[in-house]
Design a protein around this ligand. Structure first.
Ligand code: PLP
Length: 384
């Protein structure tokens, strides 16, 4: 047989998967491994989905998604962040941020063009760049800087093949929120070198120590920026598969062109449920965010009391402590912790070279479980 696609063959399987497979074989595992809310979708949103089925909303929607959902998303972006997009031409409903990311990169890139990706970063960023024919160029961030993007290092990585910069804030796996000054500096850099920006803002509502700033609202950014958002995290809707892409008309138009041939539309029932999420579920979201914040405080304090340095995670639902004091690399640490104490975490190295020496712990896990995890981690650390 002739060889399959070289780019995909060369892409290693997700480093997170292996740990799930080991954990699945074990009893009594406390999992801090998954990047998924432990809450079920708020009832009023589920009910809207049930009504949608009752009313026979089982067809395709228009390719761009339900007009009401696009209008609510654009209203929300304008009200919360002063980011201005028109629902008809500049907003597209996607099958999760995952599809939005894929569309954005396919639309922006020609084969061989480079995308600068500050890391450690979400595991899909670099593979998605490659699948779109591009070349991902990782630029390290450092725990000492709170994982703020080093804009000078980004600029130093720019070549004549660089086409875009891809960021996520609040970030998976670090929980870092990029300060407004960094966002402004990135936009200035993009203007200087005529680059596009892709901004994954899926965790926008999950910020604990300040307010979220939408990159699309930073002066100068709009015409060169694709903003991605969705419902998986703050609204606890991972399984519904609904997100959105907001971008200036020419970019959104091409994204719609790809989407209409590949995905056709996001699930109809999920879009109806997402309408309800934006119309009536902000109270439910606020309750979940308050709960994550309580867990965040307890968990980060607990990690520090165990002697693990942990930069303040200001957003998302991850802590990213250093495990350098253990003398183990992150993969060995995670594997031994899992086998010895049945606590599943993700080795930081899977998120990029500068994630090495850290582990990602999700606190989208009930407080009693977090407390058990801390106790077991303490036992593990003293056994080393
Ligand atoms: N972006 C980030 C930073 C994520 O952490 C995730 C999921 O973990 C996604 C995107 C995927 O989002 P969706 O469920 O909307 O496809």
């Amino acid at each position: 047989m002739r060889p399959l696609n070289e780019t995909i063959t060369a892409c290693p399987p997700s480093g997170i998967r292996r740990f799930f497979d080991i954990a699945a074989e074990m009893d009594d595992v406390v999992s801090l491994g998954v990047g998924e809310p432990d809450f079920v979708t708020p009832w009023r949103i589920r009910e809207a989905g049930i009504y949608a089925l009752e009313h026979g909303h089982t067809t395709y929607t228009g390719n761009a998604g339900l007009p009401e959902l696009r209008r609510l998303i654009c209203d929300d972006l304008a009200r919360r962040y002063d980011a201005r997009y028109t629902p008809d031409r500049e907003c597209l409903i996607t099958t999760g941020v995952s599809e939005g990311l894929d569309l954005a990169l396919r639309v922006l890139l020609n084969p061989g063009e480079e995308v600068i990706v500050p890391e450690p970063c979400y595991v899909a960023y670099q593979p998605c760049v490659s699948f779109a024919g591009g070349i991902p160029v990782g630029v390290p961030t450092r725990a000492e800087d709170g994982f703020a993007i080093d804009v000078d290092a980004v600029e130093a990585a720019v070549t004549d093949r660089t086409k875009a910069i891809l960021i996520g804030s609040p970030a998976n796996p670090t929980g870092a929120v990029q300060p407004p000054a960094v966002l402004r500096a990135l936009v200035a850099l993009a203007e200087r070198h005529d680059l596009y920006l892709v901004s994954d803002e899926i965790y926008d509502r999950l910020t604990y120590t300040g307010t979220h700033h939408c990159l699309g609202a930073v002066p100068g950014a709009r015409e060169r920026t694709v903003v991605l958002g969705g419902f998986s995290k703050a609204q606890a809707m991972t399984g519904w598969r609904v997100g959105w892409l907001a971008a200036p008309g020419p970019i959104a138009d091409l994204a719609l062109r790809v989407h209409q041939y590949t995905m056709l539309c996001a699930p109809h029932v999920s879009q109806v449920a997402a309408v309800e999420a934006l119309r009536a579920a902000e109270g439910d979201v606020a309750e979940m965010v308050a709960d994550y914040d309580r867990r965040r405080r307890v968990f980060v304090k607990g990690l520090r009391e165990l002697g693990l340095e942990c930069p303040e995670p200001a957003g998302a639902f991850y802590a990213f402590p250093s495990i350098r004091s253990s003398g183990l690399d992150s993969e060995t640490f995670a594997e031994r912790l899992l086998k010895a104490e049945s606590v599943a975490v993700v080795p930081g190295g899977v998120f990029g070279p500068s994630g090495e020496g850290h582990i990602r712990c999700s606190y989208a896990t009930a407080l009693p479980q977090l407390e058990v995890a801390l106790e077991r981690m303490g036992r593990f650390l003293s056994s080393l």
